[in-house]
Design a protein around this ligand. Structure first.
Ligand SMILES: NC(=O)c1ccc[n+]([C@@H]2O[C@H](COP(=O)([O-])OP(=O)(O)OC[C@H]3O[C@@H](n4cnc5c(N)ncnc54)[C@H](O)[C@@H]3O)[C@@H](O)[C@H]2O)c1
Length: 393
């Protein structure tokens, strides 16, 4: 089979935009050399949901803590809506709380909610995308042609777009639509826990696209790392993005295991096999992926463990086995309008693999699809997985 093309990152120079952000104060001493120019990066967040607001809190804490590096004020685009008759932006800017999407959490006062998307991004050097992915095409449509190519971005949107014909990494979609470099942030990060400053780790994938760039991996780490939110920076954008999508299939399988009452040994086996298939999928279709992203990073092994312990996909997996009801009916009843991403991901990954004659090479992914859609008995999982264990010499 022909591997999908690797992410292409255009070489972009930042020099011209930085000139506009240079500020210079003449020294009082005639002999002293002038101080180095201060470059303050302006940061804007696009999205203000549960994760959007939690990340905005982190970023605003860090811009305030690093006034030499960042403009302290952070603008956050808010999809305007009325909450108890008042505009959500007004509530956020006066109460400093997103009462609808992150209630009970005090937001920094340097975080400014803005209802207009173009006002939000005006003059920004760094954009942080954090919206449910279905809204992204419309937002990118509004931004297209209006963002200088020197701007850099991070996508906190989990996952990839899959079709039988190919895989689109969301960070790459943003790069292609807006003509800017975009990295990715993903990890074992449940927004409410992060917002309450309970310890967690995350992975940022960011590869400096041009040697002339002054926005470095260190700049990105400084923007997101907190004492309670530890950041590790890697360069593997595809790997980090794939982890966020594929782990949901494994989470469904762990739900099946709990639904059958098989306990922790079985769940550990599913986690191990799931991680192997995730890594294999990444290496097969994105050869530049690093295996270590899957096995050593928060976005990989840690997010798999969190997702297999609970959450939407796990819950749905348990319910499918215990109730035997159709998956979409269960999703409707249990998740009240929210979606368990793993169901569509399992189906899309299966169609993608089938088209390439490779479904049998990913027995766990294939079994999850068959249990959900083709009536495969979940109790057959051990035999299915046994078939592909390497025979001893
Ligand atoms: N919530 C988490 O714990 C978590 C953790 C890690 C990653 N993520 C990822 O973060 C991303 C954002 O998720 P979230 O939890 O912040 O979202 P959310 O579901 O909490 O919020 C929905 C957001 O969408 C906005 N919205 C509603 N209608 C809209 C429209 N028509 N157009 C544009 N925006 C509209 C709402 O104002 C709100 O800000 C997702 O990709 C998710 O996978 C979430």
């Amino acid at each position: 089979m022909r591997p999908l093309p690797a992410i292409r990152l255009s070489a972009l120079s930042r020099l011209s935009s930085l000139k506009s952000h240079l500020s210079y104060s003449p020294s009082s001493s005639a002999s002293a050399p002038p101080p180095p120019p201060a470059m303050k990066y302006r940061v804007s967040i696009i999205g203000s949901g549960n994760w959007g607001s939690a990340i905005a809190k982190i970023v605003s804490e860090n811009t305030a803590a690093n006034p030499g590096l960042f403009d302290e004020s952070v603008r956050m685009w808010v999809y305007e809506e009325l909450v108890a008759g008042q505009k959500l932006t007004e509530i956020i800017n006066t109460k400093h709380e997103n009462v609808k999407y992150l209630p009970g959490i005090a937001l920094p006062t340097n975080l400014v909610a803005v209802p207009d998307l173009l006002d939000t991004v005006a003059g920004a050097d760094i954009l942080v995308f954090n919206v449910p992915h279905q809204f992204l095409p419309r937002l990118c449509g509004q931004l297209k042609g209006k963002i200088p190519s020197t701007v850099r971005a991070i996508s906190c949107i989990k996952g990839v777009e899959l079709s039988p014909d190919g895989i689109t990494i969301i960070a790459k979609y943003i790069s292609d639509e807006l003509g800017i470099y975009c990295g990715a942030l993903s990890g074992a990060n449940l927004a409410p826990e992060v917002a309450q400053e309970k310890f967690s780790e995350t992975t940022i994938a960011y590869k400096v696209p041009d040697p002339a760039d002054t926005i470095s991996q260190k700049t990105m780490k400084t923007l997101f790392h907190r004492p309670y939110f530890h950041v590790n920076v890697v360069e593997d954008v595809a790997g980090v993005s794939l982890c966020g999508a594929l782990k949901n299939i494994v989470a469904l399988a762990s739900g099946f295991v709990d639904g059958m009452g098989w306990g922790d040994n079985a769940k550990a086996a599913i986690i191990r096999r799931g991680l192997l298939e995730m890594t294999k999928f990444g290496r097969e279709f994105f050869p530049e992926c690093e295996a270590a992203t899957f096995t050593e990073e928060s976005c990989g092994v840690a997010d798999v463990i969190t997702s297999c312990a609970g959450g939407r996909n796990h819950k749905l997996g348990v319910a499918l086995i215990t109730s035997k009801r159709p998956i979409f009916e269960l999703e409707e009843d249990l998740l009240k309008g929210q979606k368990a991403q793993g169901v569509t991901t399992a189906q899309e990954v299966h169609e993608f693999l089938e088209k390439r004659g490779m479904a049998q090479d990913f027995p766990l992914f294939t079994a999850v699809n068959d249990i959900i859609f083709n009536g495969l008995d979940s109790y057959a999982l051990p035999q299915i997985l046994e078939k592909v264990e390497k025979p001893l010499e």
